[in-house]
Design a protein. Structure first.
Length: 444
C-alpha cells in the first residue's frame, strides 16, 4: 500500500476538510446522533414521569423542580470538569465512559424511593450526559469537511430533542403497563447496550491522535485512514511549535487558553449566550407537560405538547444546519432566537385554545431549539483542536447554570401561583438577550 513520507502537521485536518464524506465519517456522525437520542430520552424522561413520581413519593412541584435541576447541575459539572479530559485522554475514551455512567445511573433510578436518591442519581446521570455532549460535538466537527462542520454538529445535537420527542411516544406505551420505573429500566438498558456498540465502532479523532500522540498513535491513525479510504503515513508528522500541539498541555493550560487575547471576548460572549438560552430551554423541556395539565388540559395533551416542542426542535436544528452551509452562522442563530422570543410572547397572550397553543409550541420548538443548537456549532468552530472540548464543555457547563436556575425557578413560580402565561412572558426575556448577544460574535 502507498504511504506518505514526512506528512505535514496539518495533514489530518486537510484530509477531513478537503475530502469527500466517507462511510466512516457518516458512521461517526450517526453513532453520536443515536447516543444523543438516548441522552435526550434518559434526561428528559423526568418531564414525562413528573406527576407520577410526585404522586407516589408525595412530592410538591418545587421538589420535583429540584430533581430536574439536579440532573442539569450534573450536566454542567460533567461538561466543565469531565469533558475537558477528552482533550487529554481522547474523545473516544470520555464518550464511552460517559455512556456507561449514564446507563448505570438510569437503571438505578428505576429503584429510587426517596427525594435524596432521586437527586443523587439524576446528578450522576447528568455528569455523564454533560461530558458526552461536549466531547461528541468536538468529535463531530473533527470528522466533518469544512463546509459541513456546523451541519454535522447540528445533526449530532439534534439527537437530544429526537430522544426527548421519543420520550413522549415511548412513555405512552410503557407507563400504562410498567409505570414510571419502566421508563428508566428501558432507557438504562438500551444505553448500556449502546455503550458496548460504541466501544466496538467509535474511532478516535485523527487530529487528537496527531496532537496528543498516545500509545500506538501511528497505528491508530493508519487504521482510521484506511477506513476513510485515504493513503496511510509512514511516520508521525513534525508538529513543531504549533499552537494546537497540545501534547503536554494540562486541563488547566487548556482552560487558560480560553482567555488568550484572540479568544477572550468570544469566550465571554459564548458563555453569556449559553447561560441565557439554557434557562429558557430547560424551563420548556421540564415544565411544558405539567403546565399544560395545570392549565386544565389532559395528561395526553401535555405529552403531545412535549412531543411537538421536540419535533419542532429536530426540524429547526436540521433547518439551521442546512442554512449554515450558505449563510453566516451567528446571524442565523440570532434570527432564530429573536423570532422564537416573539412567539413565546404570542403564546403567553393567546387564549386557552388547545389547537392554537399546540401549533405555537411546534413553532417555538423549530425556532428556539434551532437557534439554541446553533450555539454549540459556534462554540465548536471558534476553538482549535487542542482545547476544543474544553471550550465547548465550559460553554455548556456554565450555560447550564441557567438550566439549573430555570426549572427550579419555574417550580417556585408555579407553587407561588404564577400561571402558564406568566411563566412564558418571564422566560422570553433571556431569549431576547441571548439572540442580541449571539449576533455580535460573527462566526461563519
Amino acid at each position: 500500500m502507498t504511504t506518505i513520507a514526512n506528512p505535514s502537521a496539518s495533514f489530518a485536518a486537510d484530509i477531513i476538510d478537503n475530502g469527500k464524506a466517507s462511510g466512516q465519517q457518516i458512521l461517526v456522525i450517526g453513532l453520536c446522533l443515536f447516543l444523543n437520542m438516548l441522552d435526550g430520552f434518559d434526561i428528559t424522561a423526568m418531564s414525562i414521569v413528573n406527576t407520577a413520581v410526585g404522586a407516589e413519593l408525595d412530592l410538591t412541584p418545587d421538589r420535583l423542580g429540584l430533581i430536574s435541576s439536579a440532573a442539569l447541575f450534573g450536566m454542567a459539572c460533567g461538561a466543565m470538569f469531565i469533558a475537558p479530559l477528552s482533550d487529554i485522554f481522547g474523545r473516544r475514551n470520555v464518550i464511552i465512559g460517559s455512556v456507561f455512567m449514564v446507563s448505570v445511573s438510569i437503571m438505578l433510578t428505576a429503584n429510587a424511593n426517596s427525594l435524596t436518591a432521586f437527586i443523587l442519581l439524576r446528578m450522576l446521570s447528568g455528569l455523564g450526559a454533560g461530558a458526552m455532549l461536549a466531547s461528541q460535538a468536538a468529535l463531530a466537527i473533527e470528522y466533518s469537511p469544512e463546509k459541513y462542520k456546523a451541519l454535522s454538529v447540528a445533526l449530532v445535537t439534534s439527537g437530544y430533542p429526537l430522544g426527548a420527542m421519543m420520550t413522549a411516544v415511548i412513555g405512552g406505551f410503557i407507563m400504562p403497563e410498567y409505570g414510571w420505573r419502566g421508563m428508566f429500566w428501558f432507557g438504562g438498558g438500551l444505553t448500556l447496550f449502546m455503550c458496548a456498540v460504541t466501544w466496538v465502532l467509535l474511532p478516535e479523532s485523527l487530529q487528537f491522535l496527531v496532537n496528543r500522540r498516545p500509545k500506538d498513535a501511528l497505528e491508530k491513525i493508519n487504521r482510521t485512514l484506511q477506513k476513510l479510504g485515504s493513503t496511510i503515513i509512514s511516520e508521525l508528522p513534525d508538529i513543531g511549535n504549533s499552537q494546537d500541539k497540545g501534547n503536554s498541555a494540562s486541563a488547566i493550560d487548556n482552560f487558560q487558553d480560553l482567555f488568550r487575547e484572540e479568544y477572550r471576548n468570544k469566550t465571554i460572549i459564548i458563555w453569556t449566550s449559553f447561560l441565557l438560552c439554557f434557562s429558557t430551554m430547560y424551563f420548556l423541556m421540564t415544565w411544558i407537560p405539567a403546565l399544560m395539565e395545570y392549565s386544565g388540559f389532559t395528561a395526553a395533551t401535555g405529552r403531545t405538547a412535549f412531543f411537538l416542542f421536540n419535533l419542532g426542535g429536530v426540524i429547526g436544528i436540521w433547518l439551521l444546519g442546512a442554512i449554515s452551509t450558505k449563510a453566516k452562522l451567528s446571524n442565523i442563530v440570532s434570527s432564530f432566537l429573536l423570532s422564537s422570543a416573539f412567539l413565546l410572547i404570542v403564546f403567553a397572550s393567546s387564549p386557552n385554545q388547545e389547537t392554537l397553543l399546540l401549533s405555537l409550541v411546534l413553532a417555538i420548538g423549530i425556532l428556539f431549539q434551532g437557534g439554541f443548537t446553533g450555539l454549540y456549532a459556534i462554540a465548536a468552530k471558534v476553538y482549535p483542536v487542542s482545547f476544543r472540548s474544553t471550550g465547548v464543555g465550559w460553554a455548556i457547563g456554565l450555560g447550564r447554570a441557567g438550566a439549573v436556575i430555570g426549572p427550579g425557578a419555574a417550580g417556585f413560580l408555579i407553587a407561588a401561583g404564577f400561571d402558564m402565561s406568566a411563566n412564558f412572558y418571564i422566560f422570553s426575556v433571556p431569549v431576547i438577550l441571548g439572540g442580541i448577544i449571539a449576533y455580535s460574535i460573527h462566526v461563519r
